[in-house]
Write a protein that binds this ligand. Structure first.
Ligand code: NAD
Length: 261
């Protein structure tokens, strides 16, 4: 197992892409802290099943990723429970779809906090120990929307472009410390985040559900297929490997060709 003895924290890992990344890292032998919202019984079931299935240690920390103090405390908690923190995956994210002039201010603030500032707070807290150890992997789930825009997603597109810039900056700062910093930019992955935005997109564009799926979502992706969470997770595992030690500051697309056009 290539990541045995590594310790990883994956934010927003109670669902979707984050859960797939946490499971894939655990499968490679990493001990894990999972994080995210949801039903406590379902989260405990998931945590226990990661331990049982993969023979690693798995803890849950319920830090709210919009709260800087909770994020810093979670990083310290992960370091204490796992003995170190070698891999940080900034993945928690939310979406909201609305024309700019009607975009609720509190939704803008929440998206910038959870999708962008949370990564800053987690990286800031995790970096000193990674630098001291001279090994680390920081991966953020960005998006095709870190490279291109779509209408009605002002906060999300701004936050994801911010993640791309943050990634490049921190990569340069840590380049001589054995710590790589990259972001992964998926196209559309079928998760609750995508499913939830369909009704608002129907309203904003005056379309049916089928029209939104085929003419908005899959229209963006030349492959005409959704990316899977497992495909994103496999890329994250690769970035944690020794083979990827010279990949840093990169924004890796996994989008069925979306941003090639
Ligand atoms: P999801 O809704 O399935 O998962 C989001 C996770 O973030 C959940 O675990 C949720 O509990 C957690 N979360 C949300 N707000 C939180 C908060 N305040 N504090 C702690 N945790 C919080 O969505 P997903 O599609 O798996 O998205 C994961 C990441 O992937 C996001 O950053 C998203 O922007 C990005 N992404 C998704 C897609 C896609 O098509 N699904 C495409 C590109 C990028």
């Amino acid at each position: 197992m290539s990541l045995a003895s590594r310790a990883a924290l994956v934010t927003g890992s109670t669902s979707g892409i984050g859960l797939a990344i946490a499971r894939a890292l655990a499968k490679e032998g990493a001990n894990i802290v999972i994080n995210g919202m949801g039903d406590p019984d379902a989260i405990e079931k998931e945590r226990a099943s990661i331990e049982k299935e993969f023979g690693v240690k798995a803890f849950y920390n319920g830090a709210d990723m919009s709260k800087p103090a909770e994020i810093a405390a979670m990083v310290a908690d992960a370091q204490a429970k796992l003995g170190s923190l070698d891999i940080l995956v900034n993945n928690a994210g939310i979406q909201f779809v609305s024309p700019i002039e009607e975009f609720p201010v509190e939704k803008w603030d929440a998206i910038i906090a959870i999708n962008l500032s949370a990564a800053f707070h987690a990286i800031r807290a995790a970096v000193p120990a990674m630098k001291a150890k001279k090994w680390g992997r920081i991966i953020s789930t960005a998006s095709a929307h870190s490279l291109v825009a779509s209408p009605f997603k002002s906060a999300y597109v701004a936050a994801k472009h911010g993640i791309a810039g943050l990634t490049k900056t921190v990569a340069l700062e840590l380049a001589t410390f054995g710590v790589t910093v990259n972001c992964i930019s998926p196209g559309y992955v079928w998760t609750p985040l995508v499913e939830k935005q369909i009704p608002d997109t129907m309203k904003a564009r005056n379309m049916t559900r089928e029209q939104v799926i085929n003419d908005v979502i899959l229209a963006a992706q030349p492959s005409k297929q959704f990316v899977t969470s497992e495909q994103v997770a496999a890329l994250a595992v690769y970035l944690c490997s020794e083979a990827a030690a010279q990949i840093t500051g990169a924004n890796l697309s996994i989008d069925g060709g979306w941003t090639a056009g």
